[in-house]
Design a protein around this ligand. Sequence first.
Ligand SMILES: [Zn+2]
Ligand SMILES: [Zn+2]
Length: 576
Amino acid sequence: MFKFPVKLYLIIFSTFLFSLLAACDSKDQPKADSIYLGGTIITLEDSSPSAEAVAVKDGRIIAVGNRSDILNFKGDKTHLINLQGKTLLPGFIDAHGHFSLVGVLAQSANLAAPPEGVSQNINDIIRLMKEHAASPQAKETGWIIGMNYDDSQLASRQHPTARDLDKISSDLPVLIIHQSAHLGVVNSKGLELLGINEHSENPPGGVIRRIAGSQQPNGVLEESILFKVALEVIKPKSVASLFNLIKQAQLQYVKAGFTTVQEGRASANNIKGLVAASAANLLDIDVVAYPGPDFFKSDDAFLKMMKTQPHNYIHHYRIGGMKLSLDGSPQGKTAWLTQPYFKPPAGKPRNYAGYAAMNPQKLSHYMQMAFANKWQLLAHSNGDAATDEYIKVLTATEKQFPDTDIRPVLIHAQIIREDQLDQLKKLKVIPSFMTVHTFYWGDWHRDSVLGQARAERVSPTQSALKRKLRYTAHNDAPVTLPNSIMILSSQVNRITRSGQIIGKDQRVTVMQALKSITINAARQYFEEKAKGSIEVGKLADFVILDKNPLTIPSMDLNSIKIIETIKEGQNIYRKQ
Ligand SMILES: [Zn+2]
Ligand SMILES: [Zn+2]
């Protein structure tokens, strides 16, 4: 588990000493490397929510306050950084995402619907994929790869099939991944190379969809079988392409103002990649990895990796704990619910309610492993049936380890009931909501997935606040691109693609939304003493916005631009 570095205590202590000395003689003030002033500073500290200036030295905040006091820290070499009326906040912290996959997305054909892409029907997908056949990625992997098609936004409202993808190529294998990353489709050549045919049985936690009335696969792969296939197909084949992928991923995050990000459910290859990137000093932002034990060959292989990888940052990389996945996604209708889907997917019975991705014995086994080793546990659970099982197993495990607080995190929690939120409070679980669902799939959830009543309750942020649950929020990038502003607007406005409000009682204030990607997210990572607010002793991780989110009309939030991103006092992104 993350330990607070001794060095940091020393820095805080010495800063304290300096301020004592300063009270005697201001000439002995430590001199700042830089001072930010001339704009709005939102500290995210409840006791002093705004400031006029902040002084930074050696990557840390040494003073926050009014302009004249902070200017006492100005020396001959201090850079005065004039914000020119813009707004400075703590750097954003991504509560959940898949760092390396964001790089893969940048290299793959983007099959998303507007506004992130252009695909509105199967012909758009075929055209984009044909163009992508000449890409460096296709040359390197031998596959034509596309990401983020969304059946809910295609004219047919259907997943493409192998036959559709055969129109892209019949000689080269083709893989397209759904915007939930829980389903995908391969063409006939791909099925042939993978050895998936009428004799293949569904693996545990996965489904090979079939052509109606036969055992012949139709090309659509769900959950565990998709993960197995995709991990192999997309893995970088050289160090150069790995580094390129990591640079592209990093750029996507810093453009959105993130200074701490996550490699969720990391595979053995992801870990190797991060170790190499960290050793080559390629990382400008902090990347925290949560390997998935089921992505490793054996428990032994997983435990060995966990015990040899750094749990404190080395060149911006560390292990944060482990990540499990209990079910699928509501937009792909694979989330595991207690009540049936509003409209079942094609070919499924009326009472279809999704399914579990992990059996209770496995879940209990991994949970005990996490508690015994004091590793934080992130559990993906979307449906309320999956969350019931999570609560049951966690209740039993916490009884076995009464003194161990690993700050368990429930990732997504899209369909979660009030009684379950009570349980989360009792079990000290941090809910991390994928609040962008309200925009991307709000209409789809209401009209097809869940019906009105359950759709109103996706990402129940206000219900969480009522219980003083310090929830966090995420894009689940690359499911949706890293977009901090969208995380805010999706909680504050809850406006769907079609412009309607979904769940108006669950809307929160801008300040509450900001906390979900700053101070609350820092706490989720056990890093609240170093990050998440603008306070003396913390890291100088900042983001500069062109407008003040607290004062513009909330309906204009999406117009906010990220101007600069700063990590430990160094500028790492500047908008061109
Ligand atoms: Zn997930
Ligand atoms: Zn995820």
